[in-house]
Design a protein around this ligand. Structure first.
Ligand code: BES
Ligand code: MN
Ligand code: ZN
Length: 509
């Protein structure tokens, strides 16, 4: 889909449809909406008086202009109450309107900068949000469906600004929105792709492609190099699979120094059968998405490379399958991670923390200033928080706050969980330095405490996305399947940590 920005009057745009917005409880129609209403002989104000249009969030009303406007259709989207308006609501409303219009086979649509001028929303922010809402909401994964879709395709979305100055801002915003949404959709593609296609090697290919397209450095460590580095935990998980493991490294250099300002690590289990501690077969197929953390990190790096902030970011993606076989690791086995710590395997199904143990050990040799890891780590996190927010676990409050803020900005909610020392007790082993499962209670926290041992003293946040990386309903800008969480959060975090560009340096308050 092409996203254009132009200066003009939405009431005079020729398109298959125009999208305008209405706040709940607003007494008077303003600007473009008033002109459209007038052209339609008062049809909109009539529907408002009749109570058929209320302006409630996600309410979408489709009217045909029957030649009274250059545009064929008008969609009035509700934004809810003004004081409750957020950017995420705009994102959701735009997505719903776009899907409605796709069902009607509209190919060319136009929209006003929804939300701009309200509750501190700038034109830039509005355009970014519109681009995200449209591109995320219209996402489909039809890779393996041979039949043509029943709906058409929206080929062009035009954001209509008041004048040239506003259009320049809209243009900037929509470019950023496109980069963020396309990155999230890249992660969605990887997660939705079946495990027989999305192998560790395939993930390495995608990383290499992103690196080539946008200018990142890429390095992929093979089994032999992992062995030399002593990545015994990752190799242990990989030894039950016929697919060669890959340790993918992406480097973005936008800062002046040689320091790594931020290190991202992502769990990439391309299929998690549980290994010898095998999972029940029902729903096991969903474990093709157990590489969502790694996918998010690769996708976020592709967006960072395009946005070019002044910061250095390195990404580590340990990728392997977790399968049972005659060569697979067994409960009771002891493995040695790259940092020399020994791990007793209680459950081969607690494999994510094993591969991250080596990624975090590797990270500590790089002396990164901060670490954020992302993983579909525990069912326990989903039990605790449901599918509404990801869990955050941290050894540093400042970084935790930055991650939560970046998440809120993206509409990808994050809730911080406790990290009391006492939880560590559950990870004590009688035969090794630590064990890989700490029992039923507080499973998301004991998993995080396990990772903390490998993150060391570096400020670190762990995001458990087990509940948030997939959704089973179409809602707002989410469609069934992978959500792309937390790609936009990670990119926002990188931008927030970067030194602002010279002409944009914030003035001191
Ligand atoms: N990949 C799973 C966690 C998961 C569960 C992600 C459901 C998404 C949806 C992880 O590897 C796992 O199996 N964790 C175990 C840990 C346990 C054995 C300590 C779990 O949560 O049961
Ligand atoms: Mn598992
Ligand atoms: Zn797993």
């Amino acid at each position: 889909m092409e996203i254009k920005t132009i200066a003009g009057d939405i009431a005079r745009i020729k398109a298959d449809a125009i999208i305008v917005n209405l706040l709940e409880g607003s007494k008077k129609l303003d600007g473009g909406l008033a002109r459209i209403d007038q052209a339609l002989d008062g049809a909109i104000s009539h529907l408002i008086r009749r109570g058929e249009i209320k302006g409630k969030l996600k309410e979408a009303t489709l009217l045909h202009s029957l030649g009274k406007l250059p545009a064929e259709r008008v969609v009035v989207i509700g934004l809810g109450k003004k004081k409750e308006l957020t950017l995420d609501k705009v994102r959701q409303a735009v997505a719903e309107a776009c899907r409605l219009l796709r069902r009607k086979n509209a190919g060319n649509i136009a929209i006003t900068p929804v939300g701009a001028g309200l509750v501190g929303i700038t034109p830039e922010m509005a355009a970014q949000t519109i681009a995200e809402g449209a591109l995320l909401g219209l996402y489909t994964f039809r890779q393996h469906i041979t039949k043509k879709p029943e709906h058409g395709e929206i080929k062009r979305l035009t954001i209509v600004g008041a004048d040239k100055a506003e259009v320049a801002l809209l243009e900037q915003g929509s470019r950023k929105g496109r980069i963020l949404a396309e990155a999230a959709n890249l992660a969605r593609d990887m997660v939705n792709e079946p495990a027989n296609y999305e192998t560790p090697a395939q993930m390495a290919n995608t990383a290499a492609e992103a690196a080539k397209s946008y200018g990142l450095e890429v390095e992929v460590l093979e089994r032999e190099q992992m062995r030399k580095l002593g990545m015994g935990a990752l190799l242990g998980v990989a030894q039950g699979s016929e697919q060669p493991p890959k340790f993918i490294i992406l480097r973005y250099k936008g800062g002046k120094s040689s320091d790594i300002d931020l290190l991202l690590a992502g769990k990439a289990i391309t299929f998690d059968s549980g290994g010898i501690s095998i999972k029940p077969s029902e729903g096991m197929g969903e474990m093709k998405g157990d590489m969502a953390g790694g996918a998010a990190v690769i996708a976020a790096m592709s967006a960072v490379a395009q946005l070019k902030p002044n910061i250095n970011v390195t990404a580590l993606i340990p990728a392997t399958e977790n399968l049972p076989s005659g060569r697979a690791v067994k409960p009771g086995d002891v493995l040695t991670a790259m940092n020399g710590k020994t791990i007793e395997i209680i459950s081969t199904d607690a494999e994510g923390r094993m591969i991250l143990a080596d990624a975090l050990s590797y990270a500590s040799t790089l002396k990164a200033k901060r670490i954020v890891d992302v993983a579909t780590l525990t069912g326990a996190c989903m039990v605790a928080l449901g599918k509404i927010c990801s869990g955050a676990f941290a050894n540093n409050q400042e970084l935790a706050n930055a991650v939560v803020t970046a998440g809120n900005e993206a509409g990808e909610r994050i809730w911080q969980m406790p990290m009391f020392e006492e939880y560590k007790e559950q990870n004590k082993s009688d035969v090794a330095d630590i064990k890989n499962a700490g029992g039923r209670y507080g499973g998301a926290i004991t998993a995080a405490q396990f990772l903390a041992e490998f993150a060391g003293d570096t400020p670190w946040v762990h995001l458990d996305i087990a509940g948030t990386n997939m959704t089973d309903k179409e809602q707002g800008y989410l469609v069934k399947g992978a959500t792309g969480v937390p790609v936009r959060t990670l990119v926002n975090l990188v931008l927030a940590l970067a030194t602002p560009p010279k002409n944009k340096r914030r003035t001191r308050r």
